[in-house]
Ligand binder design. Sequence first.
Ligand SMILES: [Mg+2]
Length: 268
Amino acid sequence: MKKITHFFITVTFFAAFVSACGTSQKTTVNHQVNGAHPTLYATLYQQFAAEYKALCYQAYSLADLRLKQALEKNYDKPLAIILDIDETVLDNIPYQAAAIKGDFGYPVQWAEWMEKADAEPLAGVVSFLQKASDLGVEIFYVSNRKETFKEATIRNLKDKQLPFADNDHVLLRQSSTEKESRRALIKEKFEVIMLVGDNLGDFDAIFEVTDATKRMNNTIENKNLFGDRWIVLPNAAYGSWVDALPGYNQNLPPQALSDTLKAHLKGF
Ligand SMILES: [Mg+2]
């Protein structure tokens, strides 16, 4: 318990990485207090827990089932699936692991990581998307990676055998991190049968709110869509879930941030 307590007392979130992956409208925390990194457990979980890999397989197995069911219906438009990229299709946790080990944060070495274009696909995603593609469904990647990394992103997706890795199907961040306008462009021409992501903003604009309670309430109100048209991947390392806790306040000093986060803990 002592180690866990220390873990929570120590605040070193890496919101800049969150920004880089673009899961959040605003980012919050990139401070370090007392040494140990609070994303250490989450980073290790996503790199070493067989349970994490099992969850990824589970998500794409469910996606496969929903695809099969969707194809039994008739549509007026051609079909499409929209996926986020980071922690949905490609695994960026090696960047976070390097940042913890090297005691640096975004943007240090982020461009190098992007240009390396060697992020591995998440478990289950390649076979699922290849199958969808073979069945005539177009794949769109809607990510908040910066446009400057588009060539490297396409190269990475292509090298890992992900279908539709091209200029027309990889829609990166322009002026805004909100994804609804990019999804709307796709929906003009396609029937979007499924959305896949690790951050709720990957599914609907209703989740692009800065209040953690609203995010939770919107999730409960839309519970029937999860596991149906919306397939969620786990990501404990970063995301809007943690940005929302201090209200997307990017300017809190480390101790205040630590206090704010701890104030949200629900004990007994
Ligand atoms: Mg993501």
